[in-house]
Design a protein around this ligand. Structure first.
Ligand SMILES: Nc1nc2c(ncn2[C@@H]2O[C@H](COP(=O)(O)OP(=O)(O)O)[C@@H](O)[C@H]2O)c(=O)[nH]1
Ligand SMILES: [Mg+2]
Length: 495
């Protein structure tokens, strides 16, 4: 995906520029511009935005592509895409040129581009050639090599069919998300806004206590006296942080206030946001791995382990990785089945030995398959019956041991999945699993529900564990990298 990284870099630098510069920069970012320019009028078949001679008349303030507009990196120039000719766009359809013109004139945002591309299909648009042609056209217009555009459309069409989706309205957000992933535009503002909205909804209850309580508290005290600190601590406890974290946070805030010579609650408010952001800051760590990357997913039943694996597998698949899912939750037949279904949906490999098999044996065999099959990443699903706690921890230890024996450095990541709606239980689970099984990171699920958001603060503070992703729904797309700043804002009710 080096190509898309380059596109993203250029696209990003475009955003901060003024629009004329923006257009010139995107023109230079497009692939194969020289070939197309020399092909003149035929370029409508392969229409990178900013490059099609017939379509540029409405944007005459832009410089024409010229020979000094070199492709930005070698991997673009070396792209084998030109050898994979697409079926030519049907010239008789007549929609390409107007679409291209409107794309070029549009605000440079993926959601806007996608709306334009779908516009001609009407409000009841359905899957089918007309749709796929437009998606392909859009990808190429955004500079995707032909073969990558073709692969994207083929994969997406196959996925929509498997999911039995027909109406565009049912999978539009999924489509936009996949395009964002494929084009590495995931941190585009639209995406961040969508995440923030869902987070905001999920944290509404917590905010009701915390945000409103803070406002009331801050306005009822003139200075930072002992009463104020006591009430603040109570508020934190009410927001599901638990006593230990609430006390800790107040202590840190007092220190911050002292250092900043803050004397009034109003002066403290921004310090609270800064402190929360600091608590959530993820320490840098070595992310490079010796493949296959082994990811062990643990947590009690029902928190969302299997769903989270599906979401992670799907992300990895979208990033071009070869993914294997291993069914080491062998306690319930349904668990094995559920993982198998997700493997199919996400285009992953799957290994299971059925119900009641020894989980460590599943892990052992899966490692063989992953290594011999040159998989990039393997996710191991595990059981989570906490009422047989010591058995569970022994089982996890055994799994870790066999993985480590098969592959040095593995498991590279042990992820504890935690259900954010369970409040203090989540904290308790974190303690148990951290002590007994070892955890590298936390994924917080169900933040779209009536989440008890304060628990995230407690987990990060008390256990120093990074929260890497949050689950915001039951679909494959509903997983987003955790952003501490957004979370703090959603929690405190600021925008
Ligand atoms: N609303 C919501 N539901 C979720 C999320 N993650 C998982 N679930 C649901 O939680 C339930 C349990 O999930 P599952 O993955 O089977 O949990 P496991 O027992 O830990 O493997 C299922 O109904 C999932 O659809 C999430 O982020 N948001
Ligand atoms: Mg499960």
């Amino acid at each position: 995906m080096g190509f898309f990284s380059s596109l993203k870099r250029l696209w990003r630098s475009d955003k901060s520029d003024e629009s004329a510069e923006h257009s010139a920069a995107s023109a230079s970012a497009l692939p194969a511009s020289e070939e197309n320019a020399s092909e003149g009028a035929t370029s409508i078949d392969t229409p990178p935005i900013g490059n099609s001679a017939p379509a540029t008349n409405t944007v005459s303030d832009q410089p024409e592509p010229s020979s000094e507009k070199k492709l930005p990196t070698a991997d673009i120039a070396d792209s084998p895409s030109e050898s994979h000719a697409l079926p030519t766009f049907s010239a008789s359809a007549g929609w390409q040129e107007p679409l291209l013109v409107s794309l070029r004139e549009a605000e440079p945002r993926l959601s806007v581009w996608l709306s334009l591309a779908l516009e001609g299909l009407g409000p009841d648009a359905r899957t089918g050639d007309a749709l796929w042609e437009r998606i392909r056209f859009l990808l190429i217009a955004l500079g995707a090599p032909k073969d990558e555009a073709e692969n994207f459309v083929r994969d997406f069409a196959a996925w929509a069919e498997r999911m039995e989706y027909e109406e565009v309205a049912d999978f539009r957000s999924e489509l936009q998300y996949r395009l964002a992933l494929a084009l590495e535009l995931e941190d585009e503002e639209d995406e961040r806004n969508r995440l923030f909205l869902k987070l905001n909804e999920g944290l509404a209850r917590t905010r009701e206590h915390l945000g409103k309580g803070l406002t009331a508290l801050f306005s009822s005290h003139g200075d930072l006296n002992e009463d104020f600190w006591e009430e603040l601590e109570e508020l934190f406890i009410m927001a599901d942080m638990g006593v230990e974290a609430a006390t800790g946070l107040c202590k840190r805030l007092r220190e911050r206030a002292r250092a900043a010579s803050a004397r009034t609650p109003e002066e403290l408010r921004p310090l609270l946001a800064t402190e929360l952001e600091a608590i959530f800051r993820i320490p840098r760590r070595v992310v490079a791995v010796n493949p296959p990357e082994v990811v062990l997913v643990i947590g009690v039943n029902g928190v969302g382990k299997t769903t989270t694996i599906a979401k992670l597998a799907y992300r990895a698949h979208m990033q071009g990785k070869k993914v294997l899912l291993a069914a080491a939750d062998t306690f319930r037949a349904a668990a094995v089945e559920q993982l198998g279904i997700w493997a199919k949906r996400t285009g992953s490999g799957f290994h299971s030995k059925g119900q009641n098999a020894d989980p460590a044996a599943v892990a052992w065999e899966s490692m063989d398959i992953a290594i011999k099959g040159h998989y990039d990443i393997i996710f191991i699903d595990t059981a989570g019956r906490l009422h047989t706690k010591s058995n569970l921890m022994d089982e996890l230890t055994k799994i870790r041991d066999v993985i480590a024996r098969k592959h040095p450095g593995a498991p590279h990541r042990s992820i504890l999945v935690v259900d954010a709606t369970t409040g203090q239980n989540a904290l308790q689970q974190t303690k148990i699993f951290k002590d007994a099984a070892g955890i590298d990171e936390i994924i917080l699920t169900k933040l779209d529900g009536t989440a008890k958001g304060g628990v995230a603060v407690a987990i990060a503070m008390q256990y120093g564990l990074p929260i890497t992703y949050v689950g915001l729904g039951e679909k494959m797309e509903d997983l987003r990298p955790f952003n501490g700043d957004d979370f703090a804002k959603a929690l405190l009710g600021q925008d």
